[in-house]
Structures are given as C-alpha cells and as structure tokens.
Design a protein around this ligand. Structure first.
Ligand SMILES: Cc1cc2nc3c(=O)[nH]c(=O)nc-3n(C[C@H](O)[C@H](O)[C@H](O)COP(=O)(O)OP(=O)(O)OC[C@H]3O[C@@H](n4cnc5c(N)ncnc54)[C@H](O)[C@@H]3O)c2cc1C
Length: 401
C-alpha cells in the first residue's frame, strides 16, 4: 500500500482518458499526471475490434493510441490493471482496489460504460462474451479459430459488425434481435432492410423480431432458446445489447448523476476540480439544446481533450458536435447530431439506399444528418444543425450531396 500525489489523476485509460492527458500537456508541460485504468493494455482504439482486425485491415499492434515512449516522453505515469474503488472528494484522493492511494489537484473520470447483461436464465454463463475490450477480441478470435458457429445477440452497431466480421471465417453465423431490422434506431426501414438482405445473401442467418429467452451449456458450446420456440446450437455466444454508463464511483462520491455523470459546459462535475468525459458524461450540447450522453469515438476524443485542457486551466466550453461512423460490407457512413428513427426522416438519395444523405428532423429543424457513402461533408452537416432553422423537407434535396 502506497500513497502518491499528482497534479492530475485520470481514471480510465480509454479514448477519453488518453485524449485528456494529451489535452493537459497542450497547456501544462510540468504538472504531474497519473493515467490509471483497470484494463491491462495501453490505451487503444475500440472501433477496429469489431471491424478492421477481422478483415485483415489492421493488426493488433496498429490499434494502440501511443506506445510507451509517448507516456515516458511526456512524463505521464501509467498504472494499468488497477481499479479505482473510491473517491474522497473532500480529501482529494482516490483509492485503488490494491489499497494504493493517489492524491490529486484535478481529477477526471473517464470510466466509459459497462456492457448491458442479458436478464435471462443463463445470461451470466462465464463463457458468454459481452463484447467490449481487446481481451474480448482475443478471446473470440481464439475460440473462432476452432469453432464452426457463432450466435450474436443484438442487432445494433456492435452485433451487426461482429456478425459480418465472423461470417468471414465461420460456417454458421446467426444474428438475433427483437426489432424487425438491424440498427433500427438509426436506419430508416428501407435502408435497414436492404442491408439485412445483404447479410442473408452472405449466408448469415437473421432472426429478427425474436429474442433469446434462455441459454444453457451444451458440451463445449451452447443451446440458446428463442422467443419463437427455436433452439439454436452454437459454439460461441456474443452479446452486444447496449451499455450503461459507469457512474458508481461518482455516485458513491456524491457527484450529481443522471444518464451519466452530470457535467457543465466545461465538463466539470457538481464538485469543483472533478471532471468527466467520454461515454460516461451527461453533458450540455448547445447545438441540440439539451443535456445528453454520446457513446461514440469522436466524442470521447474531443471531450477528453477538452476536459484535459480545462483541468489545466483553459476554461473553454465544450461546444463541438461530434460525429460517428461505421461500415457494413460496402456501406459506410458518417453521422452527426441527433440521429434517431424516433425523429422525422427525409432521405435524399443519389443511389437509393446506397449513396445519399438522411436528415433527421424535429419541429421542422434538422437535428441530425447521416451521410451514406458520402464523404467530407461533416462540416456542412454541422452547420445545418447549428443554424437550427425551420425547413421544408423538399428544401433539403441536394443541400449536402
Ligand atoms: C467493439 C466496439 C466498436 C466500436 N466502434 C465504433 C465506431 O465504429 N464508431 C464510433 O464512433 N464509436 C465506436 N465505438 C464506441 C467508442 O469506442 C467509444 O465511444 C469510446 O471508446 C469511449 O471512450 P471512453 O474513454 O469514454 O470509454 P472506454 O473506451 O470504455 O474507456 C473507459 C476505460 O475506463 C476503465 N475503467 C472503468 N472504471 C474504472 C475504474 N473504476 N478504475 C479504473 N479503470 C476503470 C474501463 O475499463 C475502460 O478501459 C465502438 C465501441 C466498441 C466497444
């Protein structure tokens, strides 16, 4: 058990955490920094875990944000494989599970999210993979080398990406989810159905409008019973059904929480000197006029960087409108703002359900934009959202394309 003091302590060594230390160093070359995380790897990028790594477009060595020399050069102490279990905000210190104590002047909570667990019998079987980390990738890659089949539960981003990825090497891949088509929270139905058809055309079995009701071990594999009375026998089960923000530490320390750790425009929590950024932060978004949480890479990067700068004294509001991206087979997209099928949608296609721009509107104002196989138009989309003018949907035709 030891006690050390740092100017800055950053809890969570994911994208927001590493971006924060970069942000701190932009303004403060001297202050001591501790980056502490419970994963055992140096900070890495998560998006390739469900994409490039499976298609041979990236190797594991490529996904690390920096190598150890970056942290040495910038005087950043990195403690990995260490879980922080308590924050004492009055004494300005955090305690780790191994008993070590770290004092701070400024603290950032960049603790991300926890994968949501299946609330069904067998949902807690150890070999089920709730996919999120590099260790999860290693585990599935190792098992896929000997397996024939995989069942992926969840038709959102991670589930649909992993089904496409695993279909390269496995004979039988099944994707099961309760909605009628994949990524139904962001894709209009005609687009979602078209992409779903591409999964089927590649031999991926789609069980839409269906849910697993129980999971049991079956030899070295699993049997999964579904709400439609089917039984799926499979070697691998992967779950991607969303995530919940990691706010336990903040709650126990008495910080304000809602759908995440509540921060102001400077990304500072209800306690001065303690900040939050990334997937766990519930932040005010001026362009959309609401408090929100965003579980995407660009948000973690930009918010982490801004939190770091503010910890070092910048006092700049976070006004950036982050984007997100994904790709499914040959279909790639970038999206910005509030992208939800709960809003009114207008699709401006150059090529139906392939190349074009989808606008998401509320109260006749553009709140989100998805650019499908259309690139380098993010700024135009941001501008449209920021303006917040009332438009007739027909006026949007050709606006960004
Ligand atoms: C498989 C996958 C694919 C993705 N693909 C895309 C994509 O294509 N496009 C996109 O925009 N976004 C994508 N994302 C989302 C994006 O990666 C996340 O938004 C981003 O990683 C969030 O960064 P973060 O630092 O906030 O959280 P995280 O990256 O989750 O980092 C938080 C870190 O804090 C650690 N931690 C938590 N609690 C403690 C504690 N008490 N003590 C110590 N450490 C702790 C966690 O273990 C973790 O390492 C993907 C995510 C996944 C999982």
């Amino acid at each position: 058990m030891s006690e050390q003091a740092f100017t800055y302590v950053v809890v969570g060594s994911g994208k927001a955490g590493v971006s924060a230390v970069e942000g701190i160093r932009e303004l403060d070359a001297e202050g001591t920094i501790l980056l502490i995380g419970d994963e055992k790897h140096l900070p890495y990028e998560r998006p390739p875990l469900s994409k490039q790594l499976w298609f041979g477009k990236a190797k594991v060595n490529d996904i690390f944000t920096h190598d150890q020399s970056f942290y040495n050069q910038h005087g950043i102490t990195v403690n990995l494989g260490v879980k922080v279990v308590e924050i004492d905000r009055r004494e300005r210190k955090v305690s780790a599970a191994n008993g070590d104590v770290y004092r701070f002047e400024k603290l950032l909570l960049a603790t991300g999210v926890e994968p949501r667990k299946l609330p069904i019998p067998g949902g807690d079987i150890e070999e089920i993979c709730y996919f999120r980390t590099l260790e999860d990738y290693f585990q599935i890659q190792h098992r896929a080398a000997k397996a024939k089949s995989a069942l992926i539960i969840g038709g959102g981003f991670i589930g649909s990406e992993l089904a496409a990825a695993l279909s390269i090497s496995l004979d039988e891949v099944t994707l099961i989810f309760p909605s009628t088509y994949i990524c139904s929270r962001v894709f209009p139905e005609p687009l979602g159905q078209k992409l779903q058809g591409q999964y089927r055309a590649r031999g991926i079995r789609i069980l839409n409008s269906e849910m697993p009701v129980s999971i049991s071990k079956n030899g070295s594999g699993f049997r999964v019973d579904t709400s439609a009375g089917k039984s799926v026998y499979t070697d691998i089960v992967i779950v991607g059904i969303g995530a919940t923000p990691s706010i336990d530490l903040a709650q126990a320390a008495g910080l304000d929480t809602g759908d995440g750790i509540v921060v102001n425009e400077y990304l500072e929590t209800s306690h001065p000197g303690i900040y939050a950024a990334g997937d766990n932060a519930f932040f005010p978004c001026p362009a959309l006029g609401r408090q929100m949480r965003n579980e995407h890479w660009d948000n973690a990067l930009s918010q982490g960087k801004q939190a770091g700068r503010n910890m070092a004294g910048a006092q700049e509001p976070y006004t950036y409108l982050p984007y997100f991206f994904s790709d499914i087979f040959e279909f790639g997209y970038e999206a910005v703002g509030h992208v939800s099928t709960g809003l009114e949608m207008f699709a401006d296609w150059k090529k139906e359900n392939e190349t074009g721009v989808i606008y998401y509107l509320a109260d006749n104002k553009v709140r989100g934009v998805m650019m499908c196989n259309v690139w380098d138009k993010l700024e135009a989309a941001r501008e449209l959202i920021r303006k917040g003018e009332r438009v007739k949907t027909e006026q949007l035709r050709g606006m960004i394309l």
